[in-house]
Design a protein around this ligand. Structure first.
Ligand SMILES: [Zn+2]
Length: 280
């Protein structure tokens, strides 16, 4: 973990690696003859500007639009760094609008944490990502192009498909699919809901998400806060783990953890999250 780095993902795709110190997620860039689409606006204008500078240094075509995977601050607050349209689902735009209506000084932020309107987890990250002046002066950009369930972005010789998949982490979650390179940006779609203590998944939400993701067969898949890019085998194993955890919780309920092999910590964690969700 450290400062974000720009890396090649595939012939048409770059990524900016995540930085857990301020919860900066992965950013993506897909380029075609008509320009570059950035996937997620990042945690702050400084975050997106740093990625844009790297893309320019690499000689990539000008950025023509930003697509958001969901409304969470770390994915949507950087848009003002670039004077291009922001594309998002209607649900994501609604979430961004709520955030835009808030004050972002530290006292207001702490009050919202106390009221349960902001995650305690996000507080130190928001305080570290921005100075007080930057945060209070932040322009949270309302998406100018919205869609209900799916939207295609034409980049000339390449298209990017934005598809709303939902899930427990954020009901508005959208994936960005690059069929030509078989690259799938998942945003945070596979992660648990953080608005609970403990964080949780539901069987119904996870199964519905897996059904929607069955439409894609990526060679490379990128999760919002994962250091590594998953190849097809790692992605298949990730989905299989979620499916198996659902199967175990449905079949055995509270007895599910006893069915998890002792060395499978990932499966144990998913089962725990699903049991937490089913108990709500
Ligand atoms: Zn998120």
């Amino acid at each position: 973990m450290g400062a974000c780095r720009c890396e090649d993902v595939s012939p048409r795709v770059d990524r900016f690696t995540p930085d857990g110190r301020t919860d900066r997620p992965v950013l993506g860039a897909v380029r075609g003859t008509a320009g570059t689409l950035v996937v997620d606006a990042g945690a702050s204008p400084a975050h997106l500007a740093a990625f844009a500078a790297e893309l320019t240094a690499r000689g990539r075509p000008p950025v023509v639009a930003i697509a958001l995977t969901h409304w969470h601050w770390d994915h949507s607050f950087g848009s003002a760094a670039l004077d291009v349209p922001v594309i998002a689902s209607e649900a994501t735009a609604a979430g961004v609008a709520v955030q835009a209506g808030y004050a972002w000084d530290e006292a207001s932020l702490r009050r919202r944490v106390d009221e349960g309107l902001e995650l305690a987890f996000s507080l130190p990250h928001l305080l570290a990502e921005y100075s007080e002046t930057e945060r209070t002066g932040l322009e949270i950009v309302a998406p100018q192009v919205t869609f209900a369930e799916r939207h295609a972005v034409d980049l000339g010789d390449v298209a990017v498909e934005l598809v709303r998949v939902g899930g427990d982490h954020a009901d508005d979650s959208v994936v960005a699919w690059v069929p030509d390179d078989r690259v799938l940006f998942l945003g945070d779609a596979l992660y648990p809901c953080l608005w609970g203590d403990p964080e949780y998944l539901t069987v119904a939400g996870t199964r519905a998400l897996l059904d929607r993701l069955a439409a894609f067969a990526p060679a490379l898949a990128l999760e919002g806060h994962d250091e590594d890019v998953a190849d097809a085998a790692a992605y298949a194993a990730r989905l299989a783990g979620l499916r198996r955890a659902c199967d175990l919780v449905e079949a055995h309920g509270a007895g599910a953890p006893a069915r998890v092999p002792a060395d499978d910590e990932d499966l144990a964690e998913l089962v725990g999250q699903l049991l937490a969700g089913e108990a709500r």
